[in-house]
Design a protein around this ligand. Structure first.
Ligand code: NAD
Length: 285
């Protein structure tokens, strides 16, 4: 039987619908919700992402302020802007677009963002709060993956969850979020031996490696929940570029649930950024 599709676009729409009323209430009571984003890059993809964000913010009534710095800005210029935004009481939510200019240490910049305004959850202080189970702003893609998993109704306590990929921004925080749910979590990476057999035990398998088609049907326990975080540009047999995930499409014959690419984790990641923005400005719902 074909896997149920976890429709990230529809879920993201319902998250946005839920946020719209809250944002309107904030505006009406003089508590505007705004997101300030810093960009210092000529990278086309970064600018497209910023445009997309502006559109989604407008859709739910969030003010979006894009601070454009030169593509060759220095560390001091980027850091200086972040520190100004930290101090500005009108600003409740901050994010810094990547890539930053060569020579500007992105992790150092991220570490300067006020943890309470850090809507991408990239300040190590927020990662630490995630580990300790405290209220915090959680990295958006990890949060998106967790929401998609939970939407299946699976009981995570005691479930075997395998996370393929252990980056600071996706794999590691997601593994910690799943541990917080008292799942049995196996974090794997490119050096993991026998990864196919490990994955095949999983009730929940998350692919976040950035390797097109890495997860094939041999990796999948029948009925498992499969979340594909990968976004890979490949050239198809017709010579045209397209976006594929880390999971081979034939996994759909074995899995119980599966996210599509595109249309799965991607739209939910943007929705989680909006939700984090509302929570940073107005507090938790
Ligand atoms: P990364 O390069 O920082 O980390 C990749 C991780 O995967 C590493 O831990 C590495 O050891 C592991 N890995 C690589 N090859 C492997 C293999 N063959 N087997 C097992 N593990 C392997 O990547 P990232 O920033 O975490 O991104 C991962 C993927 O997720 C990319 O395709 C990226 O584009 C995508 N992504 C999607 C979203 C979204 O919103 N959907 C957001 C962030 C990243």
């Amino acid at each position: 039987m074909a896997a149920h599709v976890l429709d990230g676009k529809a879920m993201a729409q319902s998250v946005r619908d839920g946020l719209r009323g809250r944002v309107a209430t904030g505006q009406a009571s003089g508590q505007p919700v705004r997101l300030d984003a810093v960009i210092a890059s000529a990278d086309r993809a970064a600018h497209l992402y910023a445009e997309n964000q502006a559109k989604h913010c407008a859709d739910v009534g969030i003010e979006y302020h894009l601070h454009r710095l030169p593509a060759d800005a220095s560390f001091d210029e980027v850091a200086g802007r972040v520190l100004l935004l930290n101090q500005d009481e009108q600003v409740g939510a901050i994010m810094v677009h990547l890539p930053l200019p060569g020579g500007v240490d992105a992790e150092r910049v991220q570490g300067l963002i006020d943890p309470d305004k850090d809507v991408e959850g990239v300040n190590p202080a927020n990662i630490g709060r995630v580990v300790y189970g405290r209220r915090s702003l959680v990295p958006c893609t990890a949060l998106a993956a967790l929401e998609l998993i939970e939407s299946t109704g699976i009981t995570l306590r005691g479930a075997c969850c395998v996370v393929v990929g252990a980056s600071n921004i996706v794999g590691k925080p997601l593994a910690v979020l799943l541990m917080r749910e008292e799942a049995t979590v196996l974090s794997t990476n490119k050096h993991t031996k026998g990864i196919c057999a490990i994955a095949a035990q999983a009730d929940v398998l998350v692919a976040a490696a950035g390797v097109p088609g890495l997860v094939t049907r041999e990796w999948v326990k029948p009925g498992a929940v499969i979340v594909d975080v990968g976004i890979n540009r490949v050239t198809g047999p017709d010579g045209r570029a397209r976006t594929v995930g880390d999971v081979s499409p034939d996994v759909g014959d074995v899995a119980g649930w599966m996210t599509p690419v595109p249309g799965g984790v991607g739209p939910m990641t943007v929705a989680m950024l909006l939700r984090n923005t509302v929570e940073a400005c107005m507090g938790p719902a």
